[in-house]
Structures are given as structure tokens and as C-alpha cells.
Unconditional design. Structure first.
Lengths: 341, 292
């Protein structure tokens, strides 16, 4: 029951699936070439936007692992995004760490916090977990504004981050340098996530999602799998937050309203909540579509997001990745018909 | 500790509690009928309040606008159930949550689009120098509690003493048997949505004068509403208003004496998580045993 949900998780035994893997790796190679060449072709403004796409993609992987694979509904991943952003900003500005040293540390911090939140949260079923995480997301800005934390967080003023990162600004601009830095981190995180979901762990997660009692009977430790997934998700989202802070150059409590979490949810749903490749599409969507809709009105992107979430659930619950999957299945059915007749 | 200050905190806690009570009851009504949590309840109330705002702006007297708004809210609630939520009656929790969140951002964005995010003044129907104002509570605050209590009484009387109310309770309790005795379960659900929307509208209109009207006005109220509904027991309509008033008082007392005003929202988060972990059925709810 697990392998059907995870693309290409099944052993590549038949000729058809080998061909598909071959095609996929060619696609991946092409994607890489585009990702490396593109920042030299467009202006720095668009390089910064592309960087944000990469950052969102990492955060969406975190959300998808948690909500799409293990079935724990999180409306509060924005809180971990904020935690990551603040942790990295404080490490850089107060502790004096260089920008490239923060992601692993931030990842560790967020993993621990996420795990500690996930441990009790593992006892909450679907909708109740959604409620608790929703509350967490609404509360986040207020916690960041706390006077007690102000020496580190800067209270309402927020924290400034040094963005001049390129050692050779004449050859590679700061924007391009940040892009490549994020791309390297993202590639590593994608590889890890890919290995996580295609094997034993991935099957365990999907089993948890589809039938947690059944999964428990099969010897999967439900509580610890759920808590660890929460930690891993927080780690991904937090590292994305750290990179996002680097891209933005400035963070304040107002940058982490509930809409960060909602934006991540939109990205996850549009791309396909149980698909890793889908996160790329989702990330591009939430980075570029609000710009287009924002031309109408400041609030238009939200109205559009709302319509989209509802329409998506009616028309394509699997998101873009789901559409691709069913198109592929349709194609396979048709060619099967042709060979028979 | 100054007794007078304490009394003041408790009374203004009850005022806030009256908003939470209505919202919590609205949440419970929808939960009982569909086992879904309406994340969009707050935005629905905010939307209704903007309807009232528009009516008052064009010159309709307050109480006429109030009643008209309740009518519009009812229609909107019914329409949302008939046209959107109906499709997701048996959907997975994830799908349902996504749709509710979609509804939330849709309403928020729509209102922000039409009215912008600039805070607006919303009038109060209660004369600020009326005789029932005291040093502890302004006339509007007294009025808020009174209106809420009247509305709650009407809702409970409706469910307790009318045939339609009984039919709605039956449809929520046992849809199959209700259908067999001739209750139109589908319409009962739509009615429930309409009523929940009306309750939200009352809370919104009462809150708007206190909080000033803007599209994100309800985001903290809904959070306390969740806390109230859970504390009272998410499937207990009596527990919801009690939970609302308790959370309102708790919020004020804790804000004044324990955690400081900056952590008031975090208190709601704390109540939500604590109730879910240690007493999922709330103070007055039923413990549900599921057979698998």
C-alpha cells in the first residue's frame, strides 16, 4: 500500500520502470543545468527571487514529509521557519558566526525543538493537531516580540543580517553567491529527503498516515516515528528560514504572521502534498504568482490562494504532481490497450 | 492585591469572554454536526461585521443594520454549506482542514481587497453616558454581555423548545435514523452553518467597537474561541459559553498578575495544548471511545 503513493519507490525490476528512471535522471540533469546557468542570464532582482524559490522548496519538503507522508497536519510550520530565521540571525549578529556555518546549527536547534513539540503532538489526531499548530502559528509573532527576548530578537525592531557574502563580488554578485549557496544546501537536503522517503522509513511514514493502528501492529513505533518526523520537518523548515533570512537581509516579528504558514500550505497543496518533485512547482508558485496577483491589489493574492485551495481540493487533490501521476497512468493504460488490440 | 483592580480584571474578562462564548458555541455547533473544526469561523464573523459596517455607512440605523446583518450572515452560512462544504462532508481531515483554511484566506483577502487593511471605527449602539455604565464597565461592555446572553438564550431555547431545533439535534446525533424518520439531514446541516454564522456575526459586531474593525480583527478572538470550545468540551454546547467566559477571565487575570500582557495569546495556545493533552474531552465533554 505504501509504494503506490511514493513515486518510484518500487524496485526498478521491469523494463518500463527502468526506462522511467532513465528519463527521470535525464530530466534531473537538465534541471541542474538550468539551475546553474539561469542566474547568469537574468538580472539580480530575479536571481533573488529564484533564491527564494529554492528556500521555499526546502521548507515545502519539510511540510510534505510531515503532512503529506506521515499524515500529521501542520498549520504551524511558519513557526519553525521563524525559529530558523531568528536562530540564524542571532548566531550571525550576536555570536559572530559566518553565514555558511549557521544552517547545520540551526538545523540541529530546530530538530530538537520540533522533536520536543512533536513528542506530545504525536498523541493528537488529525484535526486536533491542526488546531494546536494553528494556535502556534498565530502566537508566533507575539512570542517574538517579547520584551524578555528583546536583547536577542531586537523586539519589534527585528534583526539586520549582513548580506554581502560573495568573496569575489566582481565576478559573482552577492545575489548570485547567495543563490548558489542556497542551491548547494537545497540539493543536499533534497538528496537526504529522497533517501528518507524511498526506503524503509518512507514506507513506515506512509503506513502511519494510512492506518496508524495497523502500522503499530506491524511493528512501527508510532509515537517515535511521528515525533522524529516532526523534528525532521522542523529542521527542514528551520534551515529554509535561516536561508530566507539571509536572502531578505532583515527579519522582524511581522514577517512571520500566520500567512507564512498558510503560504507554505498553499505551496504544498498546489505542488502535491505527498510529492518531493512537486515542492519545486509549489515553491515557484508561491514565489511568482503573488507578484502577478498583487498587481490587482495587495489583498488579491490571499483571495486567490483561498479560491485555489478550495478548487484544488475539488479538482486535483494530488496537486500538480498528482496530475502528472494520473496523466502518466492514463498514458500507460492507453499504450497497454494499443498493444493488446 | 487591590480588590477593586481584581474586580475590574474579572469584569472585563467577562466582557471578552462574551465574544469567545459566541464564537465557541458556533464552533461547537459545526463540530457536533460534521466533526470538523471551522477554522474560518473568525473570518466569517469579520466578513459579517463588514456587511454591518457597509449598511451603517449608507445610513441604516444601527439595530436595523444589526438585524439585516444577521439575515445576510445566515444566508452566507447556508450558502457556504450548500455550495462548498457539502462536497467535503466525508473528506479526510487533511482535505477538510485545507478547505477551511482556503475559506479563511479567501474571506480575509476578499475583505482586504474591497475595504483595504486600514482599521475602521465601528459604532456602538449603546450611549456612552447611559445609566448602566459603571466605573468598572462602559455601557458598551455591559451591552456586549447582555446581547451575548440574550442571543445564547435564544439559541438554547430554539434547540430545546422548537421542533426544528430538535430535528437539528437529531440530525447531528444520528444522521441515519433521522433520515429514516423524515428529517432532511442535509438541510439541517446547512441550517447549522447558518446559525453558526449568525452567532459569529453577533460576536463580530460586538467586538468591532472594542477592537476597531480590520480584516485581521478576529485572529486572536478565534484563538480564544478554540481554547474556550476545547475547555468546555468541543461536543458540548453548554460547555462552550462557560468555557468562553472562563477563558476570558483567565486571560485577564493571568495577563494582569501572572504572565504579563505580552503573553496573553500564548496563554490561549497553552490552554489549547494542555486541554488536548490532559483532558481531550474538556471540562464538560463526553469521552469518546472509538472501536476499530
Amino acid at each position: 500500500m505504501a509504494s503506490a503513493e511514493v513515486p518510484m519507490a518500487a524496485p526498478a525490476a521491469t523494463a518500463g520502470s527502468t526506462r522511467r528512471v532513465g528519463r527521470a535522471s535525464r530530466g534531473l540533469a537538465a534541471l541542474f543545468v538550468v539551475a546553474i546557468v539561469l542566474p547568469f542570464l537574468v538580472s539580480d532582482y530575479y536571481v533573488a527571487k529564484l533564491t527564494q524559490v529554492v528556500v521555499y522548496a526546502i521548507a515545502l519538503v519539510g511540510l510534505n514529509l510531515l503532512t503529506g507522508f506521515s499524515g500529521q497536519i501542520s498549520l504551524g510550520n511558519g513557526a519553525f521557519y521563524a525559529l530558523g530565521a531568528y536562530a540564524s540571525a542571532i548566531l550571525m549578529s550576536k555570536v559572530g558566526l559566518p553565514y555558511w556555518a549557521t544552517p547545520p546549527l540551526v538545523g540541529a536547534i530546530c530538530f530538537i525543538v520540533g522533536y520536543l513539540f512533536g513528542r506530545p503532538a504525536a498523541r493528537l489526531e488529525g484535526i486536533y493537531l491542526a488546531l494546536a499548530t494553528f494556535a502556534l502559528a498565530i502566537t508566533t509573532p507575539q512570542i517574538l516580540k517579547l520584551d524578555a527576548l528583546a536583547p536577542w530578537t531586537g523586539g519589534n525592531q527585528g534583526v539586520q543580517i549582513v548580506r554581502r557574502v560573495s568573496p569575489i563580488p566582481d565576478q559573482i554578485s552577492h545575489d548570485q553567491w547567495r543563490y548558489f549557496f542556497c542551491l548547494v544546501v537545497a540539493t543536499a537536503m533534497f538528496v537526504i529527503a529522497w533517501n528518507l522517503v524511498r526506503g524503509r522509513t518512507g514506507r513506515a511514514l506512509v503506513a502511519l498516515r494510512d492506518h496508524s493502528i495497523g502500522a503499530g501492529t506491524m511493528g512501527i513505533s508510532v509515537a517515535s516515528y511521528k515525533a522524529v518526523t516532526f523534528g525532521v520537518s522542523a529542521m527542514y523548515t528551520g534551515i529554509a528560514g535561516a536561508l530566507g533570512a539571509l536572502v531578505a537581509g532583515f527579519i522582524s516579528p511581522d514577517s512571520f504572521e500566520i500567512f507564512v504558514s498558510i503560504q507554505l500550505l498553499v505551496g504544498g497543496v498546489v505542488g502535491g502534498i505527498d510529492s518531493l518533485p512537486g515542492t519545486l512547482f509549489g515553491a515557484m508558485f508561491i514565489e511568482f504568482v503573488p507578484d502577478l496577483a498583487g498587481k490587482l491589489s495587495k489583498a488579491a493574492p490571499f483571495a486567490l490562494y483561498g479560491v485555489l485551495l478550495i478548487v484544488c481540493m475539488v479538482v486535483m487533490p494530488g496537486g500538480a504532481a498528482g496530475l502528472v501521476r494520473s496523466a502518466r497512468a492514463w498514458h500507460a493504460r492507453r499504450s497497454l490497450h494499443r498493444t493488446r488490440s | 492585591m487591590n480588590m477593586q483592580a481584581l474586580l475590574h480584571q474579572i469584569l472585563s474578562g467577562l466582557v471578552n469572554g462574551s465574544m469567545y462564548a459566541s464564537v465557541a458555541l458556533a464552533l461547537v455547533m459545526i463540530f457536533k454536526a460534521t466533526h470538523q473544526v471551522n477554522f474560518a469561523q473568525g473570518e466569517l464573523a469579520m466578513f459579517s461585521t463588514y456587511v454591518a459596517f457597509t449598511l451603517i455607512e449608507v445610513g441604516v440605523p444601527y439595530w436595523a443594520a444589526f438585524v439585516l446583518t444577521l439575515g445576510v450572515s445566515f444566508a452566507v452560512g447556508v450558502a457556504i454549506e450548500r455550495f462548498i462544504m457539502r462536497r467535503f462532508r466525508n473528506a479526510s481531515p487533511l482535505t477538510a482542514v485545507i478547505v477551511f483554511i482556503g475559506l479563511l484566506v479567501l474571506l480575509n483577502g476578499l475583505v482586504g481587497w474591497i475595504y483595504t487593511y486600514t482599521p475602521q471605527k465601528f459604532p456602538s449602539p449603546f450611549d456612552p453616558s447611559a445609566w448602566y455604565g459603571t466605573i468598572y464597565m462602559s455601557p458598551h461592555e455591559v451591552g456586549m454581555i447582555a446581547v451575548t446572553l440574550v442571543v445564547l438564550a435564544i439559541v438554547f431555547a430554539f434547540f430545546r423548545f422548537t421542533k426544528l431545533g430538535l430535528a437539528m439535534r437529531a440530525a447531528a446525533e444520528n444522521p441515519q435514523s433521522s433520515r429514516l424518520v423524515g428529517i432532511r439531514v442535509d438541510w439541517m446541516l446547512a441550517l447549522g452553518w447558518g446559525l453558526a454564522s449568525v452567532l459569529g456575526a453577533v460576536a463580530g459586531m460586538m467586538a468591532a467597537h472594542k477592537l476597531t474593525l480590520e480584516p485581521n480583527m478576529m485572529s486572536s478572538v478565534i484563538l480564544y474561541g478554540f481554547a474556550a470550545a476545547l475547555l468546555g468540551g468541543i461536543d458540548n454546547p453548554w460547555g462552550a459559553p462557560i468555557g468562553g467566559f472562563v477563558v476570558g477571565v483567565l486571560e485577564n487575570i493571568a495577563g494582569a498578575y501572572l504572565v504579563g500582557t505580552q503573553l496573553k495569546l500564548a496563554l490561549a495556545l497553552f490552554v489549547i495544548i494542555a486541554v488536548l493533552l490532559f483532558r481531550p474531552s474538556g471540562l464538560f465533554g463526553r469521552t469518546v471511545v472509538v472501536r476499530v
